[in-house]
Design a protein around this ligand. Structure first.
Ligand code: ZN
Ligand code: ZN
Ligand code: ZN
Length: 140
């Protein structure tokens, strides 16, 4: 049985006249299983049957189609499913081990909206980078 997310994914590809190839499906399925933003390198490592130039091409296409989004962490770029496939959320990343803890905060969303509206801007998107030390790294 196909999950709603797979159906949604296929619909986006179809609407944008993109072929549903086996590598596209595999990368999407892989991103469904990761619960952390992942780098292109780690996507390539976990999907060794697809060559890495194909992986980069698919990732760029998926970003354009908003199937996935870029999660910038300093100079590094990671990817995760876009807000249409995942509830909108942010991450607090451990500076030491790199583990990203996801959270969502209605207060934060409200504040961002308020700041934009106060400046006569219609809010469209945002990303926030937050860093800390996780409990395991604090006790090192
Ligand atoms: Zn840590
Ligand atoms: Zn996330
Ligand atoms: Zn937000």
């Amino acid at each position: 049985m196909k999950s709603n997310l797979i159906i949604k994914f296929e619909t986006i590809l179809r609407r944008n006249r993109q072929r549903l190839t086996a590598p596209k499906r595999q990368i999407f399925d892989y991103l469904l299983t990761t619960n952390q933003p992942v780098s292109a390198v780690s996507i390539a490592k976990n999907n060794p049957n697809i060559n890495s130039s194909t992986i980069y091409r698919i990732l760029n296409r998926f970003v354009t189609l908003k199937i996935i989004k870029i999660v910038p962490q300093g100079f590094k770029i990671r990817y995760e499913l876009g807000d249409g496939f995942n509830q909108h959320h942010h991450h607090l990343t451990c500076e030491n081990c790199g583990r990203a803890v996801a959270f969502d905060s209605p207060e934060l969303e409200h504040l961002i909206k308020k700041i934009s509206l106060n400046l006569n801007m219609k809010p469209t998107k945002h990303h926030i980078e937050l860093y800390g030390l996780c409990s395991a790294c604090q006790s090192q």
